[in-house]
Design a protein around this ligand. Structure first.
Ligand code: BTN
Length: 269
C-alpha cells in the first residue's frame, strides 16, 4: 500500500488528481478527522470536504464558525518533508489567492500569517483562514523526517447572516460578495491545481519562491501593527523565510511565531 522508500521521498510529486477526495455532510472538524485518522496509521493524501462543521477550529485555539453550506470547509492531509516549515501558511495563502483570483483583479490580499482579506469601502473583511497542523509519522514505514501535515482551509462562500459572527474582527465576507461566482467543484479543482504543485515547490525550496508574490499581496506592509493588541511598529514585509519584519522604535524586529496575534492598528479603532 505504502510507496517504496525511494518513492516516498518524493510523495509530493503528487498531481492534483492524486488526492483521495471525500465529501461529508457534517463532521466536527475536517482537520480533527484527518488527525484522528493519522493516529490509526492512515496517511494517504486525502482531501476531506464538509458541508457543515460542528466544531470547526481556527488558530490559537479559536473556534472557526461557518453556517451550513455557506462556506467551503476542507482539509488536505499528506506526508510532508520540507527542510524548513516556516512560511508554509504564507505559501498556501499565495496559492489560494491565485486559485480564487488568477488575474489579481479583486481587492484581495494576505494578512500575515494565514488570513485572506478583502479590502472594501468599509475596510477589511475576512474571506478565508488557513490552519496548519502536523504530527509525527511514527506509525508509517517512511524513515525520513516527514511529518503528517493537515492543511485546513475555511473559505466563506456567502457573507454570514446570523448573529454569531458579531464582534469578530474583521467581519467575515463571502466569495460571491467579492465578485467570484464559482461552484464548489470549480473552486476545489482550481485550489488543488494551485496548491498541489505549490506543496512540491515548498518541499524542495521552502518559502523563497513564494516571497515576491507574498510581497505583492501583503496587506500589513507599511501599516502600523499591534502585536497581541499592543502597538509595536510599522510592518516592513517578510523575510526570505517568511518572518514578519517590523520597524519598531528600537530597530527592525522579526516575528516568527504564528501564535502571536498581529493586527493592523486601524482595525482596533
Ligand atoms: C483561522 O482563520 O484561524 C483558520 C481557520 C481554519 C478553518 C478551517 S475549516 C476546515 C478546517 N477544519 C477546521 O476545523 N479548521 C479548518
Amino acid at each position: 500500500m505504502y510507496p517504496k522508500d525511494s518513492e516516498a521521498l518524493s510523495t509530493l510529486a503528487l498531481t492534483p488528481d492524486a488526492w483521495r477526495v471525500e465529501r461529508v455532510q457534517e463532521i466536527d472538524s475536517t482537520s480533527s478527522e484527518l488527525m484522528r485518522r493519522s493516529k490509526s496509521g492512515r496517511f494517504d493524501p486525502t482531501l476531506l470536504v464538509a458541508r457543515q462543521q460542528t466544531a470547526g477550529r481556527g488558530r490559537q485555539g479559536k473556534t472557526w464558525l461557518s453556517e451550513p453550506n455557506q462556506a467551503l470547509t476542507f482539509s488536505l492531509g499528506f506526508l510532508f518533508n520540507p527542510k524548513d516549515w516556516m512560511g508554509l501558511s504564507l505559501a498556501i495563502g499565495v496559492s489560494l489567492l491565485k486559485a480564487i483570483d488568477p488575474l489579481g483583479s479583486l481587492k484581495l490580499g494576505l494578512k500575515w500569517p494565514n488570513d485572506v482579506w478583502h479590502i472594501g469601502p468599509k475596510g477589511p473583511a475576512k474571506l478565508a483562514g488557513i490552519l496548519i497542523e502536523t504530527v509525527s509519522n511514527t506509525s508509517h514505514p517512511r524513515t525520513d523526517a516527514s511529518r503528517y501535515c493537515v492543511l485546513g482551509i475555511g473559505l466563506n462562500l456567502f457573507t454570514p447572516k446570523s448573529s454569531g459572527f458579531e464582534g469578530q474582527f474583521p467581519q467575515p465576507i463571502g466569495l460571491l460578495e467579492v465578485g467570484v461566482d464559482l461552484n464548489e467543484d470549480e473552486l476545489l479543482a482550481r485550489i488543488l491545481a494551485e496548491i498541489t504543485p505549490a506543496l512540491s515547490r515548498f518541499e524542495g525550496q521552502g518559502f523563497k519562491p513564494f516571497r515576491s508574490d507574498f510581497d505583492r499581496l501583503d496587506l500589513l506592509k507599511g501599516h502600523e501593527v499591534t502585536v497581541n493588541a499592543t502597538p509595536f511598529g510599522v510592518a516592513a514585509g517578510v523575510s526570505e523565510s517568511g518572518a514578519l519584519m517590523v520597524n519598531t522604535p528600537s530597530g527592525l524586529e522579526s516575528i516568527v511565531s504564528q501564535e502571536v496575534s498581529v493586527r493592523p492598528s486601524y482595525i482596533w479603532q
